[in-house]
Design a protein around this ligand. Structure first.
Ligand code: SF4
Length: 383
């Protein structure tokens, strides 16, 4: 397959692995955060960590849209479905995310709530057209990649005067989250989280371009390399980060040139700017309240904004006791540091969002079983 097979070649991976081993200075550590859950899965699926020298470590970041959604917002969606009797349209990843009081969207669906899984905003619009006597709410989540499709749906609904269609908006912004991590006490003061450089996300950057990362590369003196999702993309980007760190540079470089440009998709950006504006603050699981890190629907489209149309009470919810998702999303812990991992919490019985989502770090550790190899090696060494 074009643009896939050539980025998975074993001999090239071995050549890159050798180049990384030569470039990595044995007197120092390289802690490289992959912001995006897609990169986390590529690293585990293809065993990229095993092709790195010991002093090059991947730190998993908060770039999984389902994982970073706080429980309170799932509670809000449940309220919309149950108390306002709406048809709640959601992406499948959200179904099993645990909410408060042992609830989930899947459980309320099983007990009769009208929760429907959709594959796109267009599915939700179609449902609204077909059921004019019911209110249809689309539960919009995601980073800059998915926001343009929500903008299109809102504009379409306005143009068609589809008054029974609204959006519960949870779109979040990547650069604000990266900045928040770099400003956190764990990174700046305590030093318990060490991040030397970032892999910039692939799909997000195809929309926003590489320009928005330039500010914090300079301000926080951390290099950023925008990386594709294939294993050779990740390895090449690791080499580029290592070289920057060796040379004391902190620039934004683009490995994913087959898709990402400096300015990004200008048409999509204009569409988003027409429909959304910045929220003053938004709660992220793991990061807490982050100023100007999310979007809300502009007042002129209030008719299609579920938060304007329905009375949604403010909810304060806490994570399941023992679940380490918040620390994992900040890069402070790994899934195997969680006592519930693989015992109480598995993909069949998830306790936290990082095990539910296909992009979550806990799901990656579990699905590709690499932690089992580590366990086996530790036991062997101890014997
Ligand atoms: S293993 Fe489960 S409980 Fe533990 S951090 Fe991951 S999702 Fe949360």
């Amino acid at each position: 397959m074009k643009f896939v097979n050539e980025f998975r070649q074993r001999d090239l991976a071995q050549t890159l692995s050798a180049a990384i081993a030569r470039a990595a200075d044995t007197d120092r550590q390289y802690n490289l955060m992959e912001f995006c859950g897609g990169h986390t899965h590529a690293i585990f699926r293809y065993g990229v960590q095993d092709l790195m020298p010991e002093n090059v470590r991947f730190v998993h970041g908060p770039g999984c849209p389902v994982c970073v959604l706080p429980i309170a917002r799932i509670d809000n969606a449940i309220h919309l479905a149950l108390e306002h009797d709406t048809i709640l349209c959601i992406y499948g990843d959200l179904l099993r995310v645990p909410a408060s009081k042992r609830q989930s969207l899947m459980k309320i669906k099983a007990s009769g709530a009208d929760v429907r899984m959709v594959y796109s905003t267009q599915d939700a619009l179609r449902i609204a057209r077909e059921t004019p006597d019911r209110q249809v709410v689309f539960f919009a989540i995601g980073f800059e990649t998915t926001t343009p499709a929500t903008a299109v749906a809102i504009k379409q609904a306005a143009a068609e005067r589809l008054d029974n269609f609204s959006v519960f908006c949870n779109h979040v912004l990547t650069p604000a989250a990266i900045q928040n991590i770099l400003e956190s006490p764990e990174v700046r003061e305590i030093g318990s989280v060490s991040i030397d450089g970032f892999f910039g996300p692939s799909h997000v950057s195809s929309i926003i371009g590489s320009r928005p990362y330039e500010f914090f590369a300079e301000e926080f003196q951390r290099p950023v390399v925008i990386a594709g999702f294939e294993p050779l993309d990740v390895m090449q980007s690791a080499l580029m980060l290592i070289r920057q760190l060796n040379e004391g540079r902190h620039e934004v470089e683009n490995e994913y040139t087959r898709v990402v440009t400096r300015d990004g998709n200008v048409k999509a950006q204009a569409l988003v700017a027409e429909t959304f504006e910045l929220r003053r603050s938004f709660e992220w699981r793991g990061l807490g309240l982050v100023p100007y890190s999310a979007l809300q629907i502009k007042a002129e489209f209030a008719q299609h904004d579920a938060e304007s149309r329905f009375n949604i009470p403010e909810v304060h919810a806490t994570d399941v006791k023992g679940c380490e998702c918040p620390s994992i999303l900040r890069g402070a812990k790994r899934p195997t540091d969680c006592k519930l991992f693989g015992t109480v919490c598995t993909p069949d019985n998830p306790m936290g969002s990082c095990m539910v989502s296909s992009e979550g770090a806990c799901a990656a550790y579990w699905s590709y079983g690499r932690f089992r190899e580590n366990e086996a090696n530790t036991k062997e060494a101890a014997a």
